[in-house]
Design a protein around this ligand. Structure first.
Ligand SMILES: [Zn+2]
Ligand SMILES: [Zn+2]
Length: 127
């Protein structure tokens, strides 16, 4: 991945759009209960960038899921998009599934493993 590489993404309906550039700081699963509620998925996969390497082309709405936390979502189609937290000041975390090319990224870390559902990484046997 080169530093000039652009990564674009958007919500389901296209009302919220962003662009990130360069290599992400991290790509990580998150098993926390807050992400679970915010996305409705059993775990989330986040791509973290320095905020200065990201820009909203169309800004989403934001919800404070806890003090110092801003979760971006589209108020037209309901897609969750982003996370910003005081604990990770200066970073914008984007959900991997809203990128045009999520296959460009591969998770190398796992946060809040202790909150993971016991079967989170199991694949069902083929039926
Ligand atoms: Zn939308
Ligand atoms: Zn989380």
């Amino acid at each position: 991945m080169t530093t000039s590489q652009k990564h674009s993404g958007q919500c389901q309906c296209g009302a919220a759009k962003f662009e990130a550039s360069g290599a992400p700081k991290f790509v990580s699963y998150c098993h926390c209960n807050s992400c679970r509620r915010a996305t409705g998925a059993i775990f989330s996969t986040w791509v973290g960038f320095e905020s200065e390497n990201t820009k909203w082309i169309n800004e989403p709405k934001f919800y404070a899921s806890s003090t110092g936390v801003k979760r971006g979502y589209c108020d037209k189609c309901g897609t969750p998009l982003s996370y910003e937290g005081a604990k990770w000041a200066g970073e914008l975390h984007l959900l991997i599934g809203v990128f045009e090319k999520p296959e460009n990224f591969k998770p190398t870390a796992e946060a809040f493993r202790e909150e993971a559902l016991p079967w989170a990484h199991e694949r069902p046997a083929k039926s």
